[in-house]
Design a binder for this molecule. Sequence first.
Ligand code: SF4
Ligand code: SF4
Length: 293
Amino acid sequence: MAVRGTIFDIQHFCTHDGPGVRTVVFLKGCRLRCRWCHNPESQLPELELFFHPMKCIACGKCTEVCPQHRPHEILSDSTLRKQYCRGCLLCADVCMSGAIEKIGNQTDVDTVMKEVLADVQYFRHSGGGMTLSGGEPLMQPAFSLALLQSARSYNIHTAVETSGYGKREDLQAMLPFIDLFLWDIKMTKSELHRKYTGVSFLPILNNLRYAADNGANIVLRILYIPKLHDNVIYIKTLSEIMSSLNCKPELEIIPIHRFGVAKLQKLGLKEEYVFREPTPEQINCFKSKIRIR
Ligand code: SF4
Ligand code: SF4
């Protein structure tokens, strides 16, 4: 039987998620709950809804089908969503204006690969390939593995963007089929990592060391949030971790941005923490302090 999984997007002609021109498959579901998440619609594994009130033409069809009879009210507030929404998605099925939008799509490997294979000529000319992102690819291990194996069978370069938070055996199974890891580092102190992402850093670090020890090609994507990351101890610990890995990881600084804020509103959520985007000078200054021996 074909391996199935849940994705929420496939983007073509991407140039920031690995080398060359890439097709990025966004898998739904992530165990982390980063306060700054720029894809909040990726966090839950199940299908969910965006509500865009500005697109509503007040036809009333969603109210007719909603078992709770008040879809607008429910979808505008995450607390009401949790309390009353049954997740039946009937409102999205009848909404023709796009005001209620389904996020997520249950699909199979062949369907995804058909889209990826359509871009093969661009991969060949640019040195690109397929990138799995999310969400978290390690959260759908069987689906991710099947996609990676399929891409490998077509000789397509593979990259995986990951937080590194997942089961060791899943990472171990996928590792031979991943040409490049784009490994996000958000914090290095476990208690701070837990405070801002909901999980400890330790299993991530252990997986990172495991991947590095087993020949993985790794780009470390270091999140940068002014003030939060501007401290000597963090930069020292980060430099020590990078220097101690059994591989020479490339380093990319990922400055915080606020693209996810509009999405929070569409999910009925509020922005809990307001992070300031850094200036180019701040980014350069932060980067210059990281030392790899
Ligand atoms: S998903 Fe179902 S219960 Fe939830 S708002 Fe839409 S119709 Fe109502
Ligand atoms: S079905 Fe869509 S357009 Fe019609 S009232 Fe509901 S949200 Fe608005």
